[in-house]
Write a protein that binds this ligand. Structure first.
Ligand code: ARG
Length: 453
């Protein structure tokens, strides 16, 4: 049984049927489809389209269908073109022809957009919790790191010393923005399409504001033409997911690097590492590499949907059926990655000595310039003097701390014996005490702020 057979003389070609059918993807919105139908039946009843007995019968039938979905007992049949057809077919089996009254004034166009939005309203909090678990892991590592110091990089070249805790937290904040973005999306998802009909609106005198409220939407959509074709929320959702993918990829890339023998800053726990079938010594950071890889797939999903939406004439076009697979896949991807990365981060061991050994005195060259600034020399000049010191030490193949005081004074008479204190990395760190800097106090304040203390 299709929902549209009346005007056709032959049935749809089998392969065209397979192409057209969306059940494999949209059966995931089964509960939402039933809930939307229950709300629509209530609206039809209030509008006197359904008599009391009809409404009672439809409601009872839909309740049974819902239970069948929830318990996994629902049996799909080959003629179920999509989830909407499946629900109506089953309802007809349960209550007979009265089921046919449910679709009055409704179209699968407003129905599918409603189901999809309902699904997303439930998916967002689920994702939000998964984000929080990873954020807690990052925060816990930041607190555990205490006064551990490490080299900070720009261009992947040693730049300035930083606190390890500051580095952990630098991966916390992007996730906070991701969560904020995702939650902000809720207000654009929470707009009810149901009651828009196929495109022009419904002839049923429904109170759409009340209908919206009954389904947990903030408002009813103000324009039926826009409403059945608006997939901004799907594209936005994919952007949110992709941005998170990119943030996690960036984190992963660094963990992959820092767990290499060359860096040796971190060690992964065995529970989150994989081996090689050939090389017995290997301990690979696969979960981080997969996360980095999946960011690429997420970008593809986002650009794929954007390309689908581009140039579609208003209003509903079947191209829109392509909207759900990438959104579901993106949500699944994040829900698969986030807990694993959280677990891997929780169990990572930092190697403070390796990190300390990777800090050389050249990373304090900026502090050397700043030392002379304190003596009243303009930074542009002190930068050049410190640069000359770096060159001289490089030529002599020694560290900045190994140049003699005479050598320093030859570069600038303002240098005094206390210059050597500049090469203490902790001093360098402690100087960066403004909001957002890497000093112990700044990072403590950062943690306090995060914890809302
Ligand atoms: N399966 C369709 C989708 O996901 C449902 C809407 C069908 N509407 C239609 N006019 N054929 O977009």
């Amino acid at each position: 049984m299709t929902l549209w057979g009346g005007r056709f003389s032959t049935k749809l070609n089998d392969q065209a049927w397979d192409l057209n059918s969306s059940l494999p993807v949209d059966q995931r919105m089964a509960i939402q489809d039933v809930d939307g139908s229950i709300a629509w039946a209530n609206a039809l009843h209030k509008a006197n389209i359904l008599l009391d007995e009809e409404h009672a019968s439809i409601s009872l039938g839909l309740d049974t269908v819902r239970k069948e979905f929830a318990s996994g007992e629902f049996i799909f049949v080959p003629s179920d073109e999509d989830i909407h057809t499946a629900v109506e077919r089953r309802l007809t089996e349960l209550i007979g022809v009265t089921a046919g009254k449910l679709h009055t004034g409704r179209s699968r166009n407003d129905q599918v957009a409603t189901d999809f939005r309902l699904w997303m309203l439930q998916a967002i909090p689920e994702l939000d919790s998964a984000f929080r678990i990873l954020q807690s892991a990052l925060l816990a590592q930041a607190e555990l790191a205490g006064e551990t110091i490490m080299p900070g990089y720009t261009h992947l070249q040693r730049a300035q010393p930083i606190l390890l805790s500051h580095w952990w937290l630098s991966h916390y904040h992007p996730l906070e923005r991701d969560r904020e973005r995702l939650n902000d999306l809720v207000k654009r998802v929470s707009i009810l399409p149901l009651g828009s009909g196929a495109l022009a609106g419904t002839p049923v005198p429904v109170d759409r504001a009340a209908l919206a409220e009954s389904l947990g939407f903030a408002v009813a959509s103000p324009n039926s033409l826009d409403s059945v074709s608006d997939r901004d929320f799907a594209a936005e959702f994919l952007f949110c997911a992709t941005m998170t993918g990119i943030h996690l990829s960036k984190l992963s890339e660094q963990i992959v690097l820092y767990t290499s023998a060359e860096f040796g800053f971190f060690e992964l726990s065995d529970a989150f590492s994989t081996g090689s079938s050939l090389m017995p010594q290997k301990k690979n950071p696969d979960v981080f590499e997969l996360t980095r890889g999946k960011a690429g797939t997420l970008i593809g999903m986002l650009t794929g949907l954007l390309a689908t939406l581009k140039g579609l004439p208003s209003t509903y076009d079947k191209d829109l059926q392509e909207d759900k697979a990438p959104v579901f896949a993106a949500a699944d991807t994040l829900l698969a990655i986030l807990p694993v990365i959280a677990g891997a981060i929780n169990t990572i061991t930092a190697k403070p000595q390796r990190m300390r050994n990777a800090i050389d005195s050249f990373m304090m060259a900026t502090d050397l310039a700043d030392y002379l600034v304190e003596k009243g020399i303009p930074f542009r000049e002190t930068h050049a003097i410190a640069g000359k010191a770096v060159r001289e030490a490089g030529e002599k193949n020694v560290g900045l701390e190994e140049l003699s005081l005479e050598a320093y004074q030859a570069l600038c008479p303002a240098f005094e014996a206390d210059v050597y204190q500049v090469f203490d990395p902790m001093k360098s760190i402690e100087k960066r005490n403004a909001i957002g800097g890497t000093s112990l106090q700044s990072v403590k304040n950062q943690i306090k702020q995060i914890k809302g203390e």
